[in-house]
Design a protein around this ligand. Sequence first.
Ligand SMILES: Nc1ncnc2c1ncn2[C@@H]1O[C@H](COP(=O)(O)OP(=O)(O)OP(=O)(O)O)[C@@H](O)[C@H]1O
Length: 458
Amino acid sequence: MDLLIIDDEATIRKTTTLALEQGGHYVESVADSESAMLRLKEESFDLVFLDLRLGDEDGLEILTQILKKYPRQLVTIFTAHASVETAVKATQAGAFDYLEKPFTPDQLRGILAKAKRALATEGEVVKLQETVRELQTEASQNNPPLDFSSQDKRTAAEFDTLFRAAASPASVLILGESGTGKSVIAREVHHRSHLREKPFVTVSCPSLSRELLESTLFGHVKGSFTGAVKDVWGKVHAAEGGTLFLDEIGELPMEIQPKLLRLLQEREYERVGENKTRPANVRVIAATNRDLAAQVAAGEFREDLYYRLNVISVTVPGLRHRPSDLQRFAESYLLHFSNQIGRKIRGFNDEATQVLMRHAWPGNLRELRNAIERATILARGEYIEATDLPKPADTEALTAGSNGQKGPSVGGEYRIEELEEAHMRRVLEWAPSLQDAAAILGIDKATLYRKRKRFGLT
Ligand SMILES: Nc1ncnc2c1ncn2[C@@H]1O[C@H](COP(=O)(O)OP(=O)(O)OP(=O)(O)O)[C@@H](O)[C@H]1O
């Protein structure tokens, strides 16, 4: 623990410091209230020992002054003038405990054990607050039921690896296009792990500036940058004992990468603007829709960090690569949204089913969910019709690559060949086999092979 002794008697400061240091604690001591307030402003201490008679100063007044500024500070009063009256006064003023001089090392240890319990309880409250926040996020999204089964062999194998590894403390890296369900999977890994009762804390890497992200992760001390008006704990602290989920890790700035590596490797970190090293006990799950290996090759992501994160790695296939699951998701979303708005919709008519199956779903489950929610609202009859769904010839869907980049669009200033190549590339991305791709494109397999070679689509 980090302790501060405020006592004007040099011998008491020295002997108490020695006794506490022997117990492995970090101890500082000061002789007056001015130095004490200065240190409390600069540092955070787990427990303060305050002498009730501090030269000319009144310990009770100093106690009030400390608690006014730092209401959660634990303060134990030292006094040579023990009496029920002073004890009552000190506790009424908010003292955590009371120690009569001269005290024994055992009494001191007793106080420390009690303070440790109190701090742990406070830590639990912070963790609970974090959990409530996460649950509120989950609930406010009002999600349809989650489904982690798959008829697609590759997807099923990826999920199997992932969930078998859930119970280990190993870091997990979840790769996959946007909307494939990486955040949802990260939560599920946490729920299936031994840490399920502990906090699950999310940090979205791109949503913050570098400075803010560093302080959000590790916390900061007062004065460490403009606007840092008080000491703040970070998400690493909030996730203590549980899971820290780093979303969009591919966007983690280079400057922060060594700090995350240290957290993973040494299990320690420092708050921004502070030299004190703190232990961290968190399991890290990271996700990205970027090609992290390519980022490593391009020198944009540290290789050592990549390997640390990559202990267990899964790639969630895009929805077009698991067509056998599409209908099930569509039906489950339909049931959820029709119940939500109190409508009886029995399913999709044949034409609508065809549209569902032919669309490439570049936005994956998120896009499907939104499309079904919209269709549920628009549906006139008992069945969803093709016109309730996004148009199959939606230019965006036809021309946007899996990385979201646009290609030539229908009606623009493009040669037919360019459109042909873009269309073929997209279909090849999601069609389950070359035979299926040829059937969808309306050409025979030999022509497909020839064109693939010509366009370099291998
Ligand atoms: N296993 C699942 N079962 C049912 N629906 C799912 C599942 N996974 C994801 N979804 C749906 O897809 C939406 C998007 O999921 P999520 O936010 O986890 O994707 P993501 O891959 O993290 O996306 P991004 O990369 O854009 O952050 C969810 O809100 C949910 O509606």
